[in-house]
Design a protein around this ligand. Structure first.
Ligand code: CA
Length: 473
């Protein structure tokens, strides 16, 4: 037995020696948030990535640089400014300053040479990389999408709404029925949101023709979309829904837990989940709230409307976070190989699925997910083109990810110079306050022009003028 083992080990060592000549090992240093040399799963994960790369002929010693999770961005900035610059750096802010210093590599040529990385990109990644080539963050964008209890959908006997009009009819049907079964029809909202109308905007902006942050008015001049007639028509529709009890006016004081609670207790029929994971958390909590009922959630379609169809335009000015390669690194090609590997099917099997016997079990070609999967997270990427060997996400969650690709629209938002911060704050406050006045019925829609004037006076005119210099004509 021992002899066999020794022979095997020797054969393995010989095999490795052939694949990577002695002395060819390259050390690369990696700093990432929540990736720690004191966390055994992190270490084991990095080690098996090294092993897999070695089998492909790239012999890396990947050293984890430890930084605290709390205050990570500041700690990273201090380390980099001291001249300690790892080969591969995860940023969560503070990257633009470093890019200005010239220490971040333009990633586009590397991606061009890395077939797995290239194929793993989500549509918004491609756009962001073309505007700002220093950060790579391969995860789906946050895009709130509406869900409803499948049994409620069945009870209503209606087809899922495909248009703005059908959504209104759908919200009304929920409101007028007594789906929560408390004996009182009319005490369930069609839809509720948390804090503001952003979640509704996620699917209704494009439907009303609000194509991006900046739009051209009748005269062909760039204006902020929030002051357009398309926005006015959308807010008027939200206000109509609210006036008829279809949309919950109390959104303005609802935190996310309140929004969720209204959904689980049947006081609202539709809420929005910001990601596939969140949609499945909502499904799990709904089942917990109704033991023995085995409730599934259904994802509702992205509606078409008078102005178009799609998910709200995604800011593509740059990634807000992600991995960067140091332009000072002597091992950029090896770092690129590492990134290309984690984006590959083999790499994604490790990074997305966790460990066999921990996050999943395997019997022949058959995989099963364990409870531990709920706390596993990808250390690197969630490739757009990776299909796991066993699906644990609900149909609703999977469909939401497909929608993110199908209905992606790039925004024309840009990065503001710091001097506009006060104008941005002030105009945001004016907008939120007026939207609530319109939706609550405190202000009639006839006062729209008054809102626009106030928005411009609060700094909006300056924003418009600057936008025109950026976007041209
Ligand atoms: Ca009821």
């Amino acid at each position: 037995m021992l002899k066999t083992l020794l022979l095997t080990t020797t054969a393995l060592a010989l095999g490795l020696a052939l694949a990577a000549p002695a002395g060819a090992q390259t050390t690369i240093r990696l700093v990432s948030k929540d990736l720690l040399s004191s966390n055994p799963p992190d270490v084991a994960h990095i080690e098996r990535i090294e092993e897999a790369l070695r089998a492909q002929g790239t012999d890396l010693d990947i050293q984890i640089v430890d930084l605290p999770s709390s205050g990570y961005a500041d700690a990273l900035g201090t380390m980099l400014l001291s001249g300690d610059i790892p080969d591969l750096i995860y940023f969560q802010g503070g990257d633009a300053k470093m890019a200005d210093q010239g220490i971040l590599e333009d990633l586009n040529p590397w991606i061009e040479q890395s077939p797995n990385l290239k194929a793993a990109l989500w549509p918004h990644n491609v756009e962001r990389l073309s505007n700002y080539p220093y950060l790579l963050y391969i995860f789906p964008p946050r895009a709130p999408q509406p869900v409803v209890r499948k049994d409620w959908l069945d009870q209503l006997g209606m087809a899922p709404p495909q248009t703005v009009e059908e959504y209104e009819a759908f919200f009304r049907a929920i409101h007028e029925a007594d789906l929560d079964g408390d004996g009182t029809p009319g005490n369930t909202y069609g839809v509720t949101t948390a804090e503001n109308t952003n979640e509704l905007d996620s699917i209704f902006n494009q439907a009303f023709g609000i194509t991006g942050t900046w739009m051209q008015d009748e005269a062909g001049e760039w204006v902020h979309a929030r002051t357009t007639t398309q926005e006015r028509d959308k807010i008027a529709w939200y206000a109509k829904l609210a006036a008829e009890g279809l949309y919950d006016k109390e959104y303005v004081t609802s935190k996310f837990d309140v929004k969720e609670d209204k959904f689980y207790t049947g006081r609202a029929g539709v809420i929005f989940g910001s990601s596939a994971e969140v949609i499945d958390i909502y499904g799990g909590k709904m089942r917990q709230a109704h033991p023995g009922e085995d409730i599934e959630l259904a994802l509702l379609p992205i509606p078409s409307g008078p102005g178009g169809q799609g998910l709200q335009a995604v800011d593509v000015s740059k990634e807000a976070r992600g991995f960067a390669i140091s332009s000072l690194s002597e091992h950029k090609a090896e770092v690129a190989k590492l990134l290309d590997f984690v984006a590959s099917t083999e790499g994604q099997m490790l990074d997305r699925m966790g460990f066999e016997g921990e996050e999943y079990t395997k019997d022949g070609d058959s995989y099963a997910i364990t409870d531990k999967m709920s706390t596993w997270y990808a250390r690197f990427f969630a490739a757009a083109n990776f299909t796991p060997p066993v699906e644990w996400k609900s149909e609703a969650a999977q469909q939401s990810l497909e929608n993110v690709q199908t209905w992606f629209k790039p925004d024309n938002a840009f990065v503001w110079p710091a001097e506009y911060a006060a104008d941005l704050d002030a105009t945001e406050n004016v907008y939120r306050a007026w939207v609530y006045k319109f939706i609550s019925g405190e202000a009639p829609m006839e006062q729209w022009d008054q809102f626009v004037a106030e928005w411009k006076a609060a700094g909006g005119e300056r924003l418009n003028q600057y936008a025109r210099t950026v976007l041209g004509s």
